[in-house]
Write a new protein. Structure first.
Length: 503
């Protein structure tokens, strides 16, 4: 059906070819019909008029100046028996001055009323004599149509006196021949139109086939198959277009390969750097733990002058350790090596354990019934909850409310909503809250967080086959909604791998 759309190039080519062919065929047929019509009518007309004029001279010319009706009738019949077979009407005056008529078809057939008035006036009009024209009366003719039948009517008057003669010749045979010619030309026009449509179809197929191949190749290239190439043949514009496409595809493939190589190198650098940092961080962390114990000791052995610096070192070391762990987690997601370790989880118990482990019990309200189970990865669910609740406590406002519900229907999704009572999220920030290292406030780029928490939470939800969305509540505050399938084991290995490759 796409080939029949009015906007289809194929249909437009067929229509244009058809219009051009139709215009050419109609024009040629019209000219041919007009030329043949004039030729046929002129040839018949000249033959009839020549025969009539000869009969007037040979037969009517021997009649007396004042003939009787019988003489006119007999002469008209003789004139009508000529080779052209036309009807004759002779008009004259008898010796008594009375107008008499003689018709070859009888008195009730060809009559003077059948002759147009303009023709009768022209025949009766006496012309001025000149050196080049010494005839006082001329032969005049006219074509008329009576009851759908064309006729040739002519008339002349004998020079030197005598009867006036009129002739009527039916042109019906010629009209039938011309109608046959018109039908033939019409059929030829129709065949030309059909032939042009077939020719247009063939031309459109020839022209559009490379275009169709180019469209298919472009779609494949858009789907990520960068090794797509077109077969080039010929030296026309379409061949040049195919070569240009191949050059562009080759350049794009090379550029994407270069970018992928740099991206892989970047990920390897981050992963290697994170691993390399873990060894000195382990030693630094051990030292900071000792320093932290000294700070908390009641003996007061720590010099008050260096106590703020020690606290800063302890805080920044803990922050650096969290950043390294987050970077390692991100590299696992980017490399596609993150996998689920599924277990049957009581959602209410899992959330309670997450809140209790971080001493958030006084700041978080939990609305979840016990007995709601789901098959998920407990560790990754804990990471998601810790990031969402911690983000709400840090950037929102207490109390933070965590609610759990199940979608209606068999196999409904698990929905966990985390809402705070803060000022909400600015509209220009909402599209970027899950971006890596995104800071809502450019004036305060440094904070306790690494800027990776929500991104890691989103990745953990994704490999479960779920999603996280952020919005502002109509009652105030921000709401993060986690939606997970109740049984993540229904995810096939292929869909999980495909999702990791997309990342």
């Amino acid at each position: 059906m796409s080939r029949l759309r009015f906007t289809s190039l194929r249909l437009r080519l067929v229509v244009v070819f058809g219009l051009v062919a139709l215009t050419a065929a109609v024009s040629a047929s019209g000219i041919a019909y007009w030329l043949n019509r004039e030729a046929v009518l002129t040839r018949t007309q000249d033959a009839v008029l020549r025969d009539f004029q000869q009969e007037m001279q040979n037969r009517a010319g021997v009649l007396p100046i004042h003939p009787s009706q019988d003489e006119l009738q007999r002469t008209a019949g003789q004139m009508a028996n000529s080779s052209q077979r036309f009807s004759v009407l002779l008009v004259g005056q008898d010796p008594d001055g009375k107008t008499v008529y003689g018709s070859s078809d009888g008195l009730s057939a060809f009559a003077l009323d059948d002759v147009p008035r303009s023709l009768r006036e022209a025949v009766a009009k006496q012309q001025k004599l000149t050196d080049s024209d010494k005839s006082a009366y001329h032969l005049y003719w006219q074509r008329v149509v009576d009851h759908g039948t064309p006729y040739l009517v002519a008339g002349t008057r004998l020079i030197g006196g005598g009867p006036t003669g009129y002739m009527m010749k039916s042109l019906e045979p010629e009209a039938k021949d011309l109608n046959s010619l018109a039908w033939s030309l019409g059929i030829a026009t129709g065949l030309a139109l059909i032939g042009s449509a077939l020719l247009a179809q063939a031309a459109a197929t020839t022209v559009l086939k490379p275009v169709h191949r180019l469209g298919v190749a472009a779609r494949r290239l858009g789907e990520g198959r960068l090794d797509t190439r077109l077969r080039v043949s010929g030296t026309d514009e379409l061949a040049d277009l195919s070569r240009t496409f191949n050059d562009a595809a080759e350049a794009l493939e090379k550029r994407v390969d270069d970018m992928a190589a740099r991206d892989d190198a970047s990920r390897r650098f981050v992963a290697d750097m994170s691993h390399e940092l873990r060894t000195p961080l382990t030693a630094i962390t051990a030292v900071t733990e000792i320093l932290e114990e000294e700070l908390e000791a009641e003996s007061g052995s720590m010099d008050p002058m260096i106590e703020p610096a020690v606290r800063l070192v302890v805080s920044e070391t803990r922050r650096l350790n969290d950043l390294v762990e987050n970077l390692m987690e991100v590299t696992r997601f980017d490399a596609g090596t993150a996998r689920l370790v599924l277990d049957d989880v009581d959602i209410a118990d899992q959330i309670t354990a997450c809140i209790d482990a971080r001493a958030w019990l006084d700041a978080v309200d939990l609305d979840a019934e016990r007995g709601v189970h789901a098959r998920l990865d407990p560790r990754r669910l804990d990471v998601i909850l810790a990031n969402l609740i911690g983000n709400a406590l840090k950037h929102g406002g207490s109390p933070v409310r965590v609610s759990v519900r199940m979608d209606q229907g068999e196999g409904g999704d698990l929905v966990i909503a985390v809402r705070d009572h803060g000022p909400g999220i600015p509209e220009d920030v909402l599209p970027h809250v899950f971006d890596r290292f995104y800071k809502a406030s450019a004036s305060r780029p440094r904070s306790e967080g690494s800027g990776l928490g929500l991104s890691i939470a989103t990745e953990n939800a994704r490999i479960h086959g779920g999603t996280i969305t952020a919005a502002n509540s109509p009652e105030g505050g921000a709401v993060f909604t986690l939606r997970l399938p109740r049984d993540a084991s229904t995810l096939t290995e292929e869909s999980q791998d495909a999702g990791e490759k997309d990342t």
